[in-house]
Design a protein around this ligand. Structure first.
Ligand code: ZN
Length: 380
């Protein structure tokens, strides 16, 4: 049986410990103290040094009497929060916990951490027969999934993972898109805009043409793209020599994503190739440089997979009406699926995350904890 007061205490403690990305050490210390008091061995990897943070990913495992009989399961949550997340003052109001309105609440993802912690206490107290559970708390999820990326999954025994990191408890995140992030530098030719405009190529104009010809926005049911930043120019009397564009593309299909990135590239290629001038018998042509990086791969977990079925079965046993959800963004689960650990995302009740209106219903936090506990109980 879960202890609602203790669960709430964990949650309130955690949200009041500052942990912006790369500054998760105080949360890790809090967790380490609890995990060690439960008799668990806690290890921290060397991600902190790689990413310039003050804390690495922390891993622990607990074993039950069925250790040799059932496959181990991984539960995961991230320790970092987005900004503004310092000095959170949680307010409890009619069964809902919210922030004071000055900061986020940090239920993303401290609700997941609190639920896992409470589950571990209950497993110890209630002598529930279970196998082996691996618990991973990652860092720097919010700024680029850096904890998950740098975590060495070969130290895990689990082949299946549950990431407590989405909103509705009864909606299992079974799919998420792949994403690219791109930076394009467009080069024109500098000239005085009043004295000799014919001697210049405006990088702004080239960029405008390229953007005009790019497929952007909603491309199809699975694919989106955006140019979100445009920078360049310093004065109205100068024909701008350089413009930088930054954009992204996402798709649930890795193939469509590649096509989209290529289409954006072609728009730039065409616009730059068309911008040619001749000055004193010499030819000048606009050019561009592209730095594009695939951030993560997409994933899709089928309804028949044991990974999904375990959550669905546990939810139904608790009387929840379970559904499947497709996410619009990437999370640690993308990285773990890519690394071969089949993973789904479990909801905790966190709502309006990444805003100062973020809140969570206490009953949802309890349901999430009951759900993961039931999963462990039913996993035979
Ligand atoms: Zn999150």
């Amino acid at each position: 049986m879960i202890n609602p007061e203790r669960l709430q205490r964990f949650f309130l403690d955690l949200v009041q410990i500052d942990s912006h990305s790369r500054e998760e050490k105080d949360v890790a210390d809090y967790l380490r103290a609890h995990l060690e008091s439960l008799g668990a061995i806690v290890t921290m990897d060397d991600t902190a040094e790689i990413i310039g943070g003050n804390c690495g990913n922390i891993l622990t495992r607990i074993t039950g009497p069925l250790e040799d009989r059932v496959e181990p399961l991984l539960f995961c949550a991230h320790m970092d929060t987005v900004v503004p997340g310092k000095g959170v003052k949680p307010v409890i109001d009619g069964g809902v916990i919210r922030s004071s309105g000055e900061t986020i609440l940090g239920s993303d993802d401290k609700s997941g951490i609190a639920a896992i912690l409470e589950m571990l206490y209950v497993l110890k107290e209630d002598s529930i027969p279970f196998g082996e559970i691996e618990i991973l708390f990652t860092v720097a999820e919010e700024v680029g999934l850096y904890g998950a990326r740098n975590f060495d999954t070969s130290v895990l025994k689990s082949k299946r993972g549950y990431f407590l990191d989405t909103e509705e408890v009864a909606q299992v995140g079974i799919a998420a898109p792949a994403a690219y992030r791109m930076t394009y530098k467009i080069f024109g030719k500098e000239a005085h805009a009043g004295l000799a405009p014919e001697k210049g190529i405006s990088a702004i104009q080239v960029a405008a043409k390229a953007i005009q010809n790019m497929p952007l926005g909603r491309i199809d049911a699975e694919t989106t793209a955006n140019i979100g930043v445009i920078e360049g120019g310093s004065a109205t009397n100068i024909i701008t020599p350089v413009v930088t564009l930054r954009g992204e593309a996402r798709s649930h299909s890795d193939e469509k994503l590649e096509l989209q990135v290529e289409a954006m590239r072609q728009a730039l290629k065409k616009a730059t190739e068309e911008a040619i001038i001749t000055v004193d018998g010499k030819k000048f042509q606009s050019k561009f440089e592209e730095t594009s990086k695939r951030e993560y791969k997409s994933f899709h977990i089928s309804e028949d997979s044991a990974t999904y079925k375990l959550v669905a079965k546990a939810g139904e046993a608790l009387g929840l009406k379970m559904g499947r959800e497709v996410s619009g963004g990437g999370s640690d689960a993308n990285i773990f699926n890519e690394k071969g650990i089949e993973s789904v995302i479990v909801g905790t009740g966190m709502t309006d995350v990444h805003t100062v209106k973020e809140h969570i219903k206490i009953s949802d936090l309890e349901d999430c904890t009951k759900l993961i506990l039931k999963m462990v109980e039913l996993h035979r």
